[in-house]
Design a protein around this ligand. Structure first.
Ligand SMILES: [Zn+2]
Ligand SMILES: [Zn+2]
Length: 242
């Protein structure tokens, strides 16, 4: 109640407007939202061309995931700005817009991709068969930010496309923030820090949702844990590659 009253006065004193063009009365106006561009698919590891975002032959063996669906481009300054405001300025409402960006990407670039119409294709990624799992945060990080940015994105996708979500993946350790480490350090920092608390996954196909792809070590570590519990094919889904 008090929180609501404070928010009311904050909105009154500092009216909201588009973070990109400073117009309108929302954090992101329709025009700027429509201007966010989808990225052409590449191998997430080496940036070679690849269909949808599957790992190329050269990189395949290094990852437990089949591929990563990268919706946008970090070189798109507007998208990069929004992600920064979302994660580091704690503007939780941006999760709805960025979640919708992912929904549009899945509907426009994945569902209607001609590859999907070929049932024999190894890339027949029929979204309805997939379970959505957001990358969890440690308790410490959750307290710091006040929300799990990946969970909000996942919930938006689940709600809009009607896919099942599971929150049974937890993070058990918090060490150094990943952003401060190099590739080797990131892998060490992540070892065994995810735990699946749900039932046996019995070949369930999964899409792991995260905000940004950097080296892929977070998604890969999550995939390893899920595979220990008999997960089927696993994909990642992110807003952009950093
Ligand atoms: Zn705008
Ligand atoms: Zn590659």
């Amino acid at each position: 109640m008090i929180k609501k009253a404070i928010q009311f006065w904050l909105d009154f004193l500092f009216p909201k407007n588009c973070l990109l063009c400073q117009e309108g009365n929302e954090y992101l106006c329709q025009k700027c939202f429509r201007n966010l561009k989808f990225k052409d698919p590449h191998c997430p590891n080496c940036d070679n061309n690849s269909k949808i975002g599957i790992f190329c032959d050269k990189c395949r063996d290094k990852f437990e995931l089949k591929g990563v669906l990268v919706a946008g481009d970090f070189n798109d300054k507007n998208l990069a700005t929004l992600i920064k405001y979302y994660k580091y300025n704690f503007i939780k409402e941006l999760g709805n817009y960025l979640g919708l960006f992912l929904v549009n990407f899945l509907n426009n670039n994945i569902r209607t991709n001609p590859i999907m119409k070929n049932n024999n294709s190894e890339l027949n990624l029929d979204l309805d068969n997939y379970l959505i799992i957001p990358v969890p945060l440690s308790k410490k990080r959750l307290r710091w930010r006040g929300f799990n940015q990946s969970q909000i994105l996942a919930k938006k996708i689940g709600g809009e496309i009607g896919l099942k979500i599971s929150l049974d993946l937890v993070r058990v350790k918090h060490r150094t923030a990943q952003a401060k480490l190099n590739k080797k350090g990131r892998e060490e920092n992540l070892k065994n820090c995810f735990k699946w608390k749900g039932e046996n996954l019995k070949e369930q196909k999964i899409i792991i949702v995260d905000d940004v792809y950097t080296t892929g070590s977070t998604l890969n570590e999550v995939a390893q844990e899920l595979k220990k519990h008999q997960a089927g094919e696993i994909w990642g889904l992110v807003l952009a590659k950093g």
